[in-house]
Design a protein around this ligand. Structure first.
Ligand code: ZN
Length: 391
């Protein structure tokens, strides 16, 4: 059978083969949308196990689809190889693309978000295939366009797969989902994100002649105030109530004695499936129209809300985490968006399980070395519950 990676092997208590691969991955400076060789490292670890490899590159983005097995159920490990920019290098305690250990923590950009998740998935898969008989298929969906615009990444791959009628049954995204302790939280859904760019037109003129002006700042302010005070919904057992925020408000000529001709606002809704984007748009425009007879609203959906109903995947995830860590994970929909939003609409059950998220996107990003092997064992236990031949 295939052996562990040929780089320095560590005992499991020191991260084992997951850490060995992770150190190689961190050394790849894969600032979004660069893959920088990360997906080749994963491909080289998986193809000796019998995985086929295909690329669905688009818009300069490297997308990789690795699969073993042809039968259902199709279990997908999904994740991104790109990382966010480092920020000022001089503020890092050690170079961000040189894996560095201090006090049981492995430092480097991408250590938590989300190269450790990907590497633990590789370890889990190899151990599972070495010891067990697969009933179904295991695939890896890798992209280097998650931290950027996310237009040519997972969304594109899912379009290609669906065109071939390839539909994941289960997907596990390795985003850093834990809060204080590995396994204390998993994500089972995400809120939707809806953006509004609103321009309100009025009539420019001298402030001293109010009867000759129509002040768009006054109008847009009243509309924003009513939108901000609106009670959109109550949320539900999985989601908090829908929230509305104004993020930009711009108008004016710079002079105190001129009423401008137009005003513009940028706003964002974070909403649950309780209230659809379409409903939010219609209700908002009714409010805006009350205050602003002359307006242009441009709406963009940056992610639809989704939730994975409690079922075989959430149950398996909770049991796997319980077995490895002794914890019962909180099932959450908090936080920003992730690529899970592109996989869930295909009908897949999707959860996000990964390491502690406290340092993601920050200076001195790191992961606990002692969490690496347990994370791999959680993923392996999931395979054992969902794609293991019985008997
Ligand atoms: Zn991430």
């Amino acid at each position: 059978m295939t052996s562990e990676p040929s780089v320095t092997a560590y005992p499991d208590a020191e991260g084992g083969p997951t850490r060995a691969l992770l150190e190689q991955m961190i050394a790849c400076a894969s600032v979004t949308p660069e893959d920088a060789g990360c997906s080749e490292l994963i491909r080289d670890a998986l193809t000796p196990l019998g995985f086929s490899c295909e690329h669905f590159d688009a818009g300069g983005v490297r997308n990789t689809w690795l699969r073993i097995g042809s039968r259902a159920p199709l279990f997908v490990f999904a994740g991104h190889t790109d990382v966010v920019p480092t920020g000022p290098l001089e503020r890092w305690s050690s170079p961000p693309f040189v894996p560095t250990v201090r006090d049981g923590l492995l430092y480097g950009r991408g250590a938590a978000d989300m190269k450790s998740g990907l590497c633990a998935m590789v370890t889990a898969t190899r151990r599972f295939l070495e010891r067990e008989t697969l009933d179904g298929s295991i695939a890896f969906l890798l992209t280097s366009d998650e931290e950027g615009p996310a237009r040519h990444g997972t969304r594109h791959v899912m379009q290609q797969l669906l065109a071939r009628d390839v539909r994941p049954d289960f997907a596990v995204v390795g985003e850093a989902s834990s809060v204080g302790t590995l396994g204390d939280r998993i994500m089972i859904g995400r809120r939707g994100s809806l953006n509004l760019r609103l321009r309100v037109d009025g009539r420019q003129g001298h402030v001293a002649y109010p009867h000759r002006v129509d002040n768009p700042i006054h109008r847009i302010s009243r509309a924003m105030a009513e939108l901000a005070n609106e009670h959109w919904d109550d949320g539900d057992e999985d989601f908090p109530p829908t929230s509305f925020q104004v993020s930009n408000l711009n108008a004016g000529t710079g002079a105190t004695n001129v009423v401008p001709g137009s005003a513009e606002a940028l706003c964002n809704f974070r909403h649950s499936p309780v209230t659809s984007a379409t409903a939010l748009m219609a209700r908002s425009e009714r409010i805006i129209a009350k205050h602003c007879p002359d307006y242009v609203a441009e709406w963009t959906v940056s992610g639809d809300p989704f939730v994975t109903q409690r079922g075989s995947l959430t149950r398996a995830a909770a049991e796997a985490i319980q077995t490895v860590t002794g914890l019962t994970p909180e099932m959450s929909t908090a936080g920003g968006t992730s690529d899970a939003r592109f996989i869930a609409p295909a009908g897949a059950q999707v959860v996000e399980i990964g390491p502690i998220n406290a340092s993601i996107h920050q200076i001195d990003e790191h992961v606990r070395i002692a969490d690496l092997d347990p994370l791999a064992r959680i993923y392996q236990a999931l395979l054992g519950k969902l794609v293991l031949a019985s008997g």
